[in-house]
Design a binder for this molecule. Structure first.
Ligand code: FES
Length: 498
């Protein structure tokens, strides 16, 4: 039995089947799952995932947990939409339910009429074929196949999801993300790692203007910026002021490194975490109203009093107000302060961002990341960004470092890299020793990738290693647009790279 066409966005499909979005994209790419206009039909979902128990899903459990108040109040508020949005979503579902019910009533009338006509025909003509047809029709309508129960469970689960969150699709980039709780469209996009263009984030500058192409939004934060009447008529909204009530499609710009202005933000130290003898993870929190806008892979200037140093941000822009810097023990005054007397709640001034070592959002090539010693910081930010975007391509990380005893940074977040490899079936991690020498290291990395024309190389290393990898990779077929290099200062005390 087939059910009426019911199209689902990919993000919701991924949640329904409990798989990463990248897996769904891969299935579509491999022809295992059909789509229509970028959406998946419910019938197709039931066909491809016959074994999924729809009622036993995390989304239902999440709702149950919220109902039982197992979460702290803050999480409770974060997960649930506001009353107005909830009312509007229920209203929309109620409208759909009413339309489906009236259609069913209509089908029921048609069925009765047809049944009567078949009775008449059978009596008058006495044709066996009519009796057979009537029998088939009754059997089909009265049967309650397993598929019907599965479709019912799927629809119920999808309805819960639609009450809890809405999907936003961005044109022309094609990015897709969920809006949950009371988040604005902009907040939800940034949390998902999608760098939509914006300025003040509080309704004053108008830089987050977007055009609503379909779906329903509602204003969740007031704004002072005044939209022109012509813009309003054209469906223009401010993404920092509006939330999505239903699934929406917006036309909005995605920011590149050149679009982000230099900012000055005063942060507080959340933790100074000693990673090993030579490395510290400095965790900072920005004020609620003054987040740092940056792209993964960029660097900032950090200062305590007058003591400053330039560092790559090691955290993902999707980490909201949290910033992490990896600080090496060296002679810079900032590093000395961090290692010697920086405490929780102290103030650290951040100025930035800078640099163009950023993720290529439009690329469909596989990213290969190469980090040398603490060049891992920008690489970590890039990887976490790629993961938040749920890219479907395979990702490889090669981390070259010398042991602490040999004066190197060592693979100071080795466990994190291994946990990524365990958690993601498209992520591969290879730690390498800096003792192996430049030529051997270049060969080990490049020999593992036979077709470099399908690869994006992201390398954060000192100049000699950077140049050697670039030259060898281009000679073996790497496209120029696939090269992304960032110069890292040699690690003090570690073996030279060239
Ligand atoms: S970011 Fe300034 S108005 Fe939205």
């Amino acid at each position: 039995m087939r059910y009426m066409s019911h199209l689902l966005p990919l993000s919701r499909v991924a949640r329904l089947v409990g798989q990463p979005r990248s897996t769904i994209q891969r299935m579509i790419h491999d022809g295992e799952l059909d789509t229509f206009d970028g959406m998946v039909d419910m019938n197709e979902l039931l066909r491809v995932f016959p074994d999924v128990r729809w009622e036993d899903d995390g989304e239902f459990r999440r709702v149950e947990e919220i109902k039982e108040k197992a979460f702290a109040r803050r999480v409770y508020e974060r997960a649930l939409p506001g009353k107005e949005v909830l009312a509007e979503r229920l209203h929309e579902l109620g409208r759909e339910f009413a339309a489906a019910k009236s259609l069913l009533l209509h089908y029921d009338r048609v069925h009765r009429f047809l049944d009567d006509k078949l009775d008449d025909l059978a009596e008058r003509a006495g044709v066996d074929a009519v009796a057979t047809l009537r029998h088939w029709l009754r059997t089909e309508l009265e049967a309650a196949p397993d598929e019907a129960a599965r479709a019912e469970a799927l629809l119920a689960q999808e309805s819960v999801m639609r009450i809890m969150s809405a999907t936003v699709t961005v044109r022309p980039s094609g990015h897709e993300f969920f809006v949950e709780g009371n988040d604005t469209i902009l907040e939800a996009a940034l949390r998902a790692g999608i760098p939509l263009n914006y300025g003040c984030s509080n309704g004053n500058c108008g830089e987050c203007r977007a055009r609503l192409l379909s779906g329903q939004v509602s204003k969740s934060h007031p704004h002072d910026y005044v939209l022109k009447e012509s813009e309003k008529a054209d469906g223009v909204i401010l993404m920092c002021s509006y939330t999505a009530v239903s699934d929406v499609v917006v036309e909005a710009g995605v920011a590149g490194a050149e679009d982000i202005p230099v900012q000055r933000v005063q942060t507080r130290v959340k933790a100074v975490e000693r990673l090993n003898e030579h490395m510290v993870a400095l965790r900072l929190t920005t004020p609620r109203s003054r987040r740092l806008r940056f792209l993964a892979g960029q660097h900032v200037t950090a200062s305590i009093g007058g003591d400053a140093g330039e560092y790559h941000v090691a955290s993902c822009p999707c980490d909201d107000r949290q910033l992490t810097l990896h600080v090496r023990r060296d002679n810079r005054p900032f590093a000395r302060r961090v290692f010697e007397d920086l405490r929780k709640e102290d103030t650290v001034d951040i100025e930035g961002p800078g640099g163009r070592f950023v993720f290529s959002l439009e690329s469909r090539r596989s990213p290969v990341f190469i980090a040398w010693e603490d060049g891992f910081a920008p690489i970590k930010s890039l990887i976490e960004h790629a993961m938040s975007l749920e890219i479907s391509e395979a990702m490889h990380l090669y981390w070259i470092a010398a042991a602490v005893d040999a004066g190197g940074a060592d693979h100071y977040r080795d466990n994190l890299c291994r946990s990524w490899a365990d958690a993601y079936d498209n992520f591969f991690y290879t730690p390498l020793s800096a003792d192996d020498g430049l030529a051997t290291l270049v060969e080990r990395v490049l020999a593992a990738h036979a077709n470099l024309s399908r690869v994006d190389l992201y390398v954060a290393a000192p100049r000699p290693l950077l140049d050697a990898i670039r030259e060898a990779a281009l000679a073996r077929g790497l496209a120029l647009r696939g090269w992304h290099g960032e110069v890292i200062e040699p690690f003090p005390g570690a073996p030279a790279t060239g």
